[in-house]
Design a protein around this ligand. Sequence first.
Ligand code: AMP
Ligand code: GLY
Length: 438
Amino acid sequence: MGVLYVSPGFQPAGKEIDFGKTKENKVLVVGGGGREHAIVDALSRSIWVSKIYCAPGNAGIAAQAECVPISDHDVEGLLAFAEQEHIDLTVVGPEASLSVGIVDRFRAAGRVIFGHTQAATRIESSKEFAKQIMEKYGIPTAAYRSFTDYEDARAYVASRPFPAVLKYDGLAAGKGVVIAQDLAEAEAALKDMLLDNRFGAGKVVVEDYLEGPEFSFMCFVDGERIYPMPLAQDHKRAFDRDLGPNTGGMGAYTGLPFITPEDRAFAQEYILQKTASAMVAEGCPLSGVLYGGLMKTPDGIKVIEFNARFGDPETEVVLPLLESDAFDIFQAVAEGREAEQPEWSDDVTMGVVMASKGYPGSYEKGFAIEGLDQVGPKVYHMGTKCSDGRIVTAGGRVLMVVGRGHEIHQVRDCVYEEMGKISCPNLFFRSDIAHWAL
Ligand code: AMP
Ligand code: GLY
């Protein structure tokens, strides 16, 4: 871009002084779910951004950005668009785009892009790679072994206590983890993954079962530098009281009562920072978001999984708390420059996902959603589209209603009350989001 960067610290509040950094930046956000809606929403508050595009976006994003019909893994199509429109910064949401190498391709073409290289994305896309890094650098996680051979895997599982955790080594759309209660269940899952190659030929990581509350700790990361975000907790099961199948996440909140400041400091130093440094030492530095899926076990905080991107639905409750200008941090990380630590509000947020009946199994689409304009809190669209001038359901997770305030009870009551204004015959939601905090 060739412009002089001015730290926001030099910007007198309320004054439009520009020492050279242009305010005419065009940003392209890649993806089309609730996470990308929250990213677009944060960027739309930036004083440095004049135009936001989103590919492919959705019906809600369309109110804040110009949606362009390019798929999030059409790297060449996205690059051609970025070049044609002179996009100043591209921000990548989904892991699928990162793992096909969108960042490597954009950087090779000289474009500024926020997200990890393909090599760094292995921290999410390969369970075995992530486990090897954690073992080598002493980052706390469950003990594990990895296998390609069914008989070897079976013998190892049979020699360990149950339940056993079996993870397919690769992106399996959240369906690659099986918690087997006994040998018969483990055999069935191993057969599926190693003999029948349900997700393609690959490896299985077998790890010890850990217990305790799970939480998500995300940070912006650029090589050795990390910029931690507020903690959030997701609700992975489909139904109340944590029953039913695993989903992508049915709701989330911030302000976790069970994590002490010491826990957070430990996780920041010995998990996030250590992982960032480890990836530099391995020659594949991170540059984007590192998401620690962590568990507070009786033996301390341990890593359950890493993701190489913003969590969904965590982003929808975390990014609204960002008080600094979002463009500053995204651009600095994308350009490999040091940024100021972003500032975050002390408010708490909570959000409830409205999903299509049948999700995470099969579901129908195309149901009209009414009443969205009546809702006070923020509504992030996860899976919607416009059809004949109406907003209709277009995915498993459809909407997320997010409230904020000082006190979680009040925020929760407000969100559930306001959700009553949304009508759609094919949506369901959990009624106990944030129950850990209440
Ligand atoms: P993952 O895709 O690795 O996040 O795993 C999905 C879910 O399986 C996690 O959110 C946990 O609830 C559960 N899980 C994964 N690994 C373990 C483990 N070692 N012990 C207990 N539960 C686990
Ligand atoms: N909420 C879990 C994830 O984004 O993977």
